[in-house]
Design a protein around this ligand. Structure first.
Ligand code: ADP
Ligand code: MG
Length: 702
């Protein structure tokens, strides 16, 4: 797809626009606006309908109104509170007048003066003694400059984000001039066939309609970014992004696989032998998707998502059996030694009756045993090796490594795959995670990964019951814990640890452990786990808890994801209002793993922010990790979804991952189709990928 020269017009520096001199160009550059493209691909923040302005007299309280009129009075008023000033303006039109007030903005005395014609936007409210008022309205001068009447009033106008010295009004004017520069046959990166199939306007038409909408467009649609012009531009970005994803995916598809895998009746029988129970429908589907991949000529690159307890391990193991039946070795990696040991125990048990040999390789393996193991791995005598993620870094050499399973670490899975490839290995890779990722994020962040999801749970589970309890009713929590511990169960009490107040929090957690140990539950064994402890000390406490030697574990949030202590039935989260939704859900996943009914008690301090209340309510309402993930994304927005800005997260200009999910999905389908139909050559794909990585500022991984 090489662009005709007329696309270069978008690369025109803004300085060439009318009225943009060197100084203004510098102002614009400071806020990231260098070219026509930068300018035109920045959406207005909102739109105002200035074609049908309300007479001031008809404004009702509670309405966000756009009004225009003349300033008949403007004055700064001091108040009884020292240093607190109010700037008051009375705005009038033929029908009446309204009071506008700005708090502590003394400089406005030089900006808004009697006699001026302005347009304002804001929430009309009742004044104490009758009449209406707008506090801190946005405003623009309607000076009688050339063209001003066409541009700033009498139509639906775009209102841009104020950026430094670049006011919304100035930007409107520059955008208007920029649009006038575009040739009507502006190059369009979205193919015409696709446009007509989806009813999308051209790039040229969409840019015009988005910045200066025709009068018959619904203001509500505009403000929700749902007009065809806006959607078309959002789609364009998504489509170009997905083309890159598809190209990247294709470039890995050309890799040869370590060895080919076939599935026969004998293979199926071998898998059946291992299976201790009936798979759920979700497990069956996931297994089929994985085994289908194993049989393909190029390496699998798949993410298996499923809530804690969904039964991912058995699915991975059955796929491993398929690989081993094909005389391939399997590496199974977990994030920590404890988890590796757990997997090793489970897998050894399940494979006990088979001819496959399993080994565990961790930091605690003795040197002698290690030597022996290495020899057996190299000879192929060991078929399945369980270890920590360090496994790939270690210079373990396999006889025929064909399948790598990476548990609970979707973020590092990509890097591990890269590491394997550097070693010249192209095994099938399955990454498992109990942190469901909302679909739109999976589409963007892991666009080149295939996804499987297990949404159901093995039968016979009682869902964890979740309760919100205000801090003031703490003794209820203690009574509940008492009863469970007396019945022989175990429990967690989790403290938040916020970096800014780490010392204080740590002290609070330590003190709470002390109080619980000596005053509240002297008859039980209380353990403490926190991030400042040495790794082996942590390990000891965790193992003691797993072995039932500790009844109540007080912990900051370092407890391992995936740790399995079926006898633990209570999860108490202190300061639950401080935790993110996904984090709370992860914590809840530590309980409800055995046959006993489990509870999650969210202890909160009042007052709570509305967001905190929504998070806790979501926890009470649902135990479905996928639902939780979607709600979390809606609450936090994409940027914060992972707590910090995720490395490798693309920077989009127009796409909002929460709002534009559908368009992203459409773009993904269309990008795949484009590759199928246009069948681009390797060089074109290479070029696409190069410009793509720069454009979306993506780290080159995988
Ligand atoms: P996770 O998805 O969290 O890794 P696991 O694979 O550890 O879940 O499975 C959780 C528990 O459920 C294990 O004890 C496992 O043996 C059991 N399990 C998994 N699948 C089924 C099933 N289909 N029927 C009954 N029990 C199952
Ligand atoms: Mg697991």
């Amino acid at each position: 797809m090489s662009a005709p020269a007329n696309e270069d017009v978008l690369a025109t520096p803004l300085q060439f626009l009318k009225g943009v001199g060197e100084k203004r160009a510098a102002d614009l550059a400071r806020v990231g606006l260098h070219t026509l493209e930068d300018l035109l691909f920045r959406f207005p923040r909102r739109y105002e309908d200035r074609s049908r302005l309300l007479p001031i007299a008809s404004v009702r309280p509670g309405i966000r109104a756009t009004l225009t009129g003349r300033i008949v009075h403007a004055a700064l008023r001091t108040t009884r509170r020292r240093g607190f000033m109010i700037f008051e303006v009375i705005l009038s039109d033929d029908s009446g007048s309204i009071l506008l007030t700005w708090l502590n903005q003394k400089f406005l005395t030089n900006v808004l003066k009697a006699g001026q014609h302005i347009v304002v936007y804001g929430l009309a409210e009742m004044r104490g003694h009758g009449g209406l008022q707008i506090t801190n309205p946005e405003f623009e001068h309607l000076d009688e400059e050339e063209g001003g009447a066409v541009l700033h009033t009498g139509r639906i106008v775009p209102v841009y984000e104020r950026a430094g010295t670049v006011t919304p009004k100035l930007q409107r004017k520059i955008v208007f001039d920029a649009l006038a520069r575009l040739p009507a046959d502006l190059f369009d990166p979205v193919p015409e066939a696709l446009r007509s199939r989806e009813g999308l306007p051209t790039r040229y038409a969409a840019l015009h309609a988005t910045h200066f909408p025709p009068s018959d467009v619904s203001l509500e649609d505009l403000n929700r970014f749902r007009t065809s012009g806006q959607r078309r531009l959002i789609f364009e970005e998504a489509f170009l992004f997905q083309l890159g994803v598809a190209a990247r995916r294709r470039s890995t598809l050309t890799e040869p696989k370590s060895a080919s895998i076939v599935v026969t009746d004998a293979t199926r029988e071998a898998a059946r032998q291992v299976l201790p129970f009936k798979l759920t429908a979700g497990q069956r589907t996931a297994l089929k998707e994985i085994v289908d991949d194993l049989q393909k000529p190029h390496p699998m690159n798949r993410l298996l998502q499923g809530d804690v307890g969904a039964g991912k391990t058995i699915v991975a193991l059955l796929a491993a059996v398929v690989a081993m039946e094909n005389h391939l070795q399997v590496a199974f990696m977990a994030p920590t030694e404890i988890l590796a040991e757990q997997h090793f125990a489970t897998i050894s048990r399940l494979l006990a009756g088979s001819r496959f040999r399993v080994a565990l390789l961790t930091g605690s393996t003795t040197a002698a045993a290690r030597r022996q193991q290495r020899a057996e791995i190299a000879s192929g005598a060991i078929h399945l090796l369980v270890g920590t993620h360090a496994l790939v870094q270690d210079d373990v050499s396999f006889h025929r490594l064909g399948f790598v399973i990476i548990d609970e670490q979707h973020r590092f899975g990509v890097m591990q795959r890269a590491m394997l490839r550097e070693k010249g290995l192209h095994p099938d890779v399955l990454v498992m995670t109990a942190t469901p990722i909302p679909r739109t994020l999976a589409l963007t962040l892991y666009g080149d990964l295939d996804c499987s999801a297990i949404r159901d749970k093995p039968p016979g589970r009682t869902p964890v019951k979740t309760l919100m309890i205000p801090d003031a009713r703490r003794d209820e929590v203690h009574r509940f814990l008492q009863a469970e511990l007396e019945a022989g169960r175990q429990a967690y009490v989790i403290y938040p640890l916020v970096e800014e107040s780490e010392k204080i929090d740590l002290k609070a957690a330590t003190e709470m452990a002390d109080t619980l140990a000596h005053e509240v539950f002297p008859q039980f064994r209380v353990g403490l786990l926190h991030g400042k402890m040495k790794a082996d000390a942590k390990d000891r406490v965790m193992k003691a808890f797993a072995a039932g030697e500790i009844d109540l574990l007080v912990s900051t949030t370092v407890i391992e994801v995936g740790i399995d202590v079926p006898n633990a039935t209570v999860m108490v989260v202190e300061h639950a209002e401080r935790f993110g939704l996904s984090q709370l859900h992860q914590l809840r996943g530590r309980v409800g793993r055995g046959t006993h009914a489990s509870h999650c008690l969210l202890v909160y301090q009042t007052p709570m922010t509305p967001d905190a209340k929504e998070r806790l309510t979501a926890m009470v309402e649902t135990t479905d990790g996928f639902e939780i993930a979607e709600r979390d994304l809606r609450l936090r927005g994409a940027g914060d979804f992972f707590g910090t800005r995720q490395a490798g997260m693309p920077t989009f200009r127009l796409i909002d991952l929460v709002r534009d999910r559908e368009l992203l999905e459409l773009a993904q389908r269309e990008a795949e189709r484009w590759f199928g139909e246009a069948a681009p050559n390797a060089r074109a794909v290479g070029e696409l990928l190069r410009s793509w990585s720069a454009r979306f500022r993506l780290m080159e991984v995988g």
